[in-house]
Design a protein around this ligand. Sequence first.
Ligand code: PMP
Length: 307
Amino acid sequence: MPDAQRPEPVLPDPRNAGILVYVNGAIVPREEACVSVFDSVVQAGDAVWEGLRVYDGKVAELEAHLDRLFDSAHALAFQEVPSREVVRQALFDTLRANGMRDGVHIRLTLTRGKKVTSGMNPKWNQYGPTLIILPEWKPPIYRDRRLRLITSSIRRNNPQCLDSKIHHSNLINNILAKIEANHAGADGAIMLDLNGFVSEVNGTNLFIVRRGEVITPHADSCLPGITRGLVLRLARADGIPAVERNVSMTEVYTADEVFATGTEGELAPVEEVDGRRIRGVEDRPITRRLQQRYAEWVRTHGTPIPE
Ligand code: PMP
């Protein structure tokens, strides 16, 4: 159906109708923010990305996100990658142009760039990468919402197939898992690794708490999430034992507490997995404590947006 005949779309947050988006040096209204049909992200999902959050005039964990972005681009052998300073400046310029200082999520994407002809071969990339900075009003929503999860039939890649340490935009496995969650009326789907251990949820990392210990899977087949890393550090600093090890679904069902982590949703308590109720979900003392520590950290430790 042509766009003109469609009913007016309903945005999750109506304030986002007026946002400005950065695309390769230009900061333009969302309707004008476009990439070429020849762009690598259109041709084969050939791009890397980061999701960041702004709290109280500060970008949380900015340098960690930039490290992962540049590592991912280097691993994919992107050429002519913009400097760290250019990316940082573009991010600040875009936030300032939007007057955004709190309750904001930023989707930052770096594609291999426009090609001279359609196809997958990076040889056809002769324009340099495309940098997109898409900030939206998106206050965290999961602090008190309890998630219901299922286990997906789709496995998360391990380094034999595609290393999950590259934060690429080729996330079809995870989208298929999310479709399964949608069909089951669940909030998300746990993806297993090739050995049947837990990898992560389709768009977040997973933690369990057992007898006072915080446990999350090795980052062999999951994204080494920035929130995941921070939660491990905050737990240890607070005297809570925190380990990375293989986790089976039985351990998830029988955990005292379960929570998912990610920049967008912070720490989100899990109430039910595959129909099993998480027994400590009402009190969830360790989840609450870590949510508190996380909220304190991101409000005080971010990189300030220059005036
Ligand atoms: N897993 C996947 C698949 C993700 O896309 C994300 C979001 N980037 C996460 C986990 C959470 O990562 P982070 O804590 O760095 O936001």
